[in-house]
Design a protein around this ligand. Structure first.
Ligand SMILES: *Cc1c(COP(=O)(O)O)cnc(C)c1O
Length: 369
């Protein structure tokens, strides 16, 4: 069913490919798991898989059911389960479909040992807790796990995850702990996320795990995606469906949180929090109308938000709007919208609502007549 309400998300598969190549340029000696968890950060798992099918060294995700679906769709590259196995069924899927699984605790190792047939070697990423303190073995628990695994036909990679690769503290402290826990380990290691790929070449390892950078956003507060050579992948676009002329003193939207200090023209956009636009985006969040950057006004409601078009007199009902991304109405980096709304682009992308129709292609692919 073609939806006539004007909101659309446009996903550019060529940009995903470009961004994956950038990850490989930054980490030329590593193989790269394309992280496609959370429905490829809201972009659509299959869109990301198709974009990278002939390109990615491997795919990383969470659910064994989704991993098996990739195998059944003919994906032959390694597939990594980032949180490992949750059930005996997952173990059978790992064996049968040659999935690579994280093992992050003794209970998970026991689940594997108890349920695997090991008809062929199983690829395991043994996760070390080096300071994130979510998942992973420690210096105390690793030796026992390794002793068990070394009795089995498994290919082991040691892995860890960085907590502060994007900020001042960096990765050196976790690298030090990694070396201390891993001891004389000489096998493969899997280390860097996007931030470490881009900023910490010493923390790449044999495998890296780019996520957010594939989707064209920056993992850093102070450095834009464009500066990093990344291309935006998702454009969220809509149009004006209402225009209001305000006298000084008029308020806008629920709660009347915005008051016009002078006469103003505002546009009402068919996009609200039920589309995935953050409700906590305040007045002043960047938005583009008819090729011009402007700001949102007042509270975001479920289906609509308002923007200032006082200085865009040509903008009337039907004028195109870019909420974020490289849209027909102009460019608005998702990172800037996220910062204004006190969050990160990861959350904006993941929150894209199912009711928003998605089309494929970049801004230049769209026929504007
Ligand atoms: C999500 C995730 C990544 C990707 O992180 P980005 O910051 O998006 O690059 C890498 N490794 C693990 C374990 C993850 O869960």
């Amino acid at each position: 069913m073609k939806i006539s309400r004007p909101i659309r998300a446009r996903i550019d598969p060529a940009a995903i490919r470009h961004n994956y190549r950038i990850a490989k340029q930054y980490a030329p000696n590593s193989r790269a798991w394309a992280v496609i968890k959370a429905n490829a950060y809201g972009h659509g798992q299959w869109r990301a898989v198709e974009a990278l099918r002939g390109e990615a060294d491997g795919f990383a995700m969470l659910e064994s059911e989704n991993a098996v679906a990739l195998r059944e769709a003919g994906v032959t590259q390694p597939i990594l389960l980032l949180e490992g196995i949750f059930s005996a069924r997952d173990v059978r899927a790992v064996v049968e479909h040659r999935l690579t699984t994280v093992i992050h605790c003794a209970e998970q190792l026991e689940l594997l040992v108890r349920n695997a047939t090991f008809s062929a070697p199983v690829a395991v990423c043994l996760k070390l807790n080096t300071g994130m303190n979510r998942l992973g073995f420690t210096a105390q628990t690793l030796p026992a796990a390794l002793a068990v695994l070394r009795q089995l036909p498994v290919d082991i990679t040691l892995m860890t995850h960085f907590a502060e690769a994007d900020s001042e503290r960096g990765v050196a402290w976790q690298m030090e702990r990694f070396r201390a826990i891993a001891g004389d380990w000489e096998g493969p290691v899997c280390l860097g996320n996007s931030a470490a790929i881009l900023r910490h070449p010493e923390a790449h390892g044999d495998w890296v795990r780019p996520g957010i950078m594939l989707y064209g956003a920056s993992p850093f507060a102070g450095q834009s995606a464009e500066e990093l050579g990344l291309q935006p992948v998702m454009a969220l676009e809509s149009a004006l469906i209402g225009v209001q002329q305000l006298a000084a003193g008029e308020r806008v939207g629920y709660g009347g949180t915005f008051t016009a200090e002078r006469p103003m023209r505002i546009g009402v956009v068919a996009c609200g929090y039920a589309d995935g636009y953050p409700r906590h985006a305040p007045t002043g969040t960047p938005i583009a109308v008819l090729g011009r950057r402007t700001r949102t006004i007042g509270r975001v409601s479920m289906d609509m938000l308002a923007c200032d078009i006082t200085d865009i007199p040509e903008a009337g009902i039907g004028a195109p709007v870019t909420l974020w991304g490289d849209g027909l109405a102009g460019q608005v980096p998702a990172d800037e919208v996220a910062t204004a709304a006190g969050t990160i682009s990861y959350e904006l992308f993941c929150a894209l609502a199912p009711r928003v129709p998605v089309s494929l292609g970049g801004a230049s692919d769209v026929d504007v007549r």
